[in-house]
Ligand binder design. Sequence first.
Ligand code: BMX
Ligand code: ZN
Length: 315
Amino acid sequence: MVQIGFDVGGSKIAAGVVNERHKILARKEIPFPTGTSYKIVAEIMAVMGEELLKSAKLDLSSLQSIGISVPGDIDEAGGTVLNAHNLQFHNVPLQKEMKDYFKEIPVFLSNDANAAALAELYAGAFRGVKTAVLLTLGTGVGGGLILDGKLFNGGQGHGVELGHMMLSHNGSICSCGNKGCVETLCSASWLIREGRKAVIEYPNSLIFLKAEGSIEKINARLVIDCARDGDAVAMDIFTRYVDQLSSAIASCANLLDPEVIALGGGVSRAGEFLFAPLRKQVEEKSYFHVPYRIVPAELGNDAGIIGAAMLINNK
Ligand code: BMX
Ligand code: ZN
């Protein structure tokens, strides 16, 4: 039997047919149809699902379940996307809508970072682990927890939002409306913002040179690469970033004393240049001065698809 996992995000919908060994047999990706109603989005997803089965040379009789991962506040039990502002989904009964197309096939919904943590549990950095924390460092900061060897979906089914723990009491405004959340200080967006700000004051920095004088070309990877190349302006940004992120991770460590902390999202691709100073600072800052295993998440862009496909196993 196979599952279909959908990873629905603000810029694209990625989907795949996933087998029992957590391998993606066929995949498909389309831009997110911004501005269309959720009913149209569900219809598009249903077509994607049928096409995927066809390309995997399977039919509905092989399909055991459908899983959907969505950024934002999800009511898993009710099958509703309560709030996903970048999809403009508010109180959207996505589960029911999909079931109308796939009838008796069960459909599961989950927050994107929760699904990614589940994927790491089955097929990545959390295999065989009982207590783990995943932080995805992207446009926002997503979070997922593994407790007692299972994905923890919050005490009241709202999941966890580690990106919205507060790190700075009077910090800048977050996408959630509060101030100083982890997301405002540890996302790739923070690195981009700081990089773009810095070149106005320091037009001679390597950041501006590498961006060929175009502010829009400054992304998180470029800032990190410039720091790696020894540019002082980029290094200052990167040093502050590591300081902020290590505080967020140390707080998670103090709360849970986890066996593994994995970092996903674009920023995590910085490799040891990021992980080495991060481990050192987390060890210094955490209450239990132990060398926590802080590792890159293993599934990269596939985490959303695989995690969504694995939701059936988490019931
Ligand atoms: C936001 C929040 C989280 C999500 C995280 C990562 C919304 C729409 N999203 O903090 O639910 O897990 O972003 O999302 O409220 P990404 O877009 O960076 O992948
Ligand atoms: Zn927030």
